[in-house]
Design a protein around this ligand. Structure first.
Ligand code: TRP
Length: 332
């Protein structure tokens, strides 16, 4: 770890394969950040069981998500790439922090309210204390910066409150984390309902593009994307479907909105949708090839996981030991 660099941490949940929004909003940006920060990136397996999971599927998805981090271009030598459940410090600190988090503040979390409505038969305590575990993830590594999407900002705010409360009692134990919002925080909308975010749990199979979809599937999904009854390709208000396709095309090709408007002046939606599909397929192809290569090499992946777990443990244990002393536990 380079002491001069700031620490950055973010995790993704291994529920389902990442979609285009996860790739553009998280994974792709992480790759650009790994030279400038001490990065801790990982798979939040502990968080994922707040919703019932099939064990066989979950195990496969954890491995897949981990391999995808490497395939996307994250370097396991440069960054700490780890699986949350491989480092018991997360669960330990989470317990401690839960004693410094108020029932009232957890009750105000909008994601808890949403998820409780979605799964009324399984409103478990883990779903409620989920943000405490997330605070532990962040504070364990003394993260200065946390790249998150807007949906996680409230959880990060809670981590900041817990941090301030704990430091207020015991002195400077944790670094105060800041949200890291990239200028290009791409917000990818559903291809079927462009006013809704692209989601991992959408039941409409044409709504989301998975990063491991093959070329034909990607192009087919874009061909079927919902637009509007006009003909002009421009970013006018009310044209949510076209705006979504334009921003995806822009993210995939690097072209500006003006460039895209002039490129498709007088051309039809069909031609535009095909161009977007092809650009996305081209963008994802190198990662998909890398994924095939990396996942075939089981011993390499396992070695990366082990190294990642070790590095994660070492860094985070320093924080946890400090916490144990501060709260008054007996250590030896
Ligand atoms: N809750 C985050 C999500 O669902 C994942 C997550 C877990 C996370 N721990 C984190 C994100 C720590 C940032 C920092 O997207």
């Amino acid at each position: 770890m380079d002491e001069k660099k700031k620490n950055m941490l973010s995790l993704i949940q291994p529920t389902n394969t990442p979609h285009l929004g996860n790739y553009l909003g998280a994974m792709r940006n992480w790759v650009k950040l790994q030279n400038d920060y001490n990065c801790f990136f990982g798979i939040a397996d502990l968080h994922s069981i707040t919703v019932r999971q099939d064990p066989v599927k979950l195990r496969a998805q954890i491995k897949e998500s981990y391999a995808l981090l490497i395939a996307a271009g994250l370097d396991p030598e440069k960054s700490t790439l780890f699986i949350q459940g491989h480092n018991q410090n997360h669960a330990e600190l989470s317990w401690i922090l839960s004693c410094y988090t108020q029932f009232g503040e957890l009750s105000r979390m909008t994601q808890f309210k949403d998820k409780s409505e979605k799964h009324p038969d399984n409103i478990n305590a883990g779903l409620f204390t989920y943000p405490v575990l997330m605070a532990a993830d962040i504070l364990l590594y003394q993260a200065d910066l946390v790249p998150v999407g807007l949906d996680q900002k409230q959880h990060l705010e809670l981590a900041r409150n817990v941090c301030q409360r704990f430091n207020g009692i015991y002195g400077d134990v944790f670094t105060m984390p800041e949200p890291y919002i990239t200028k290009t925080t791409e917000k990818v909308m559903s291809l079927q309902e462009p006013t809704k975010k692209m989601s991992k749990s959408d039941e409409n199979l044409n709504a989301s593009v998975w990063v491991l979809d093959d070329r034909d599937t990607i192009i087919r999904k874009f061909k079927r994307a919902v637009t509007d009854s006009e003909t002009e390709i421009c970013a006018r208000e009310g044209k949510d479907g076209i705006i979504n396709l334009m921003s995806i095309y822009s993210a995939a090709s690097g072209k500006s909105f003006e460039d895209i408007e002039s490129e498709f002046k007088g051309k039809g939606y069909g031609e535009f949708k095909l161009a977007v599909g092809e650009a996305v397929a081209d963008m994802l192809a190198p990662m998909q090839n890398e994924f095939k290569r990396v996942s075939a090499d089981k011993s390499y992946l396992e070695q990366c996981m082990k190294n990642g777990a070790e590095k994660a443990f070492k860094t985070s244990r320093k924080t946890l030991s400090k916490v144990y002393k501060k709260v008054g536990f007996v250590t030896f």
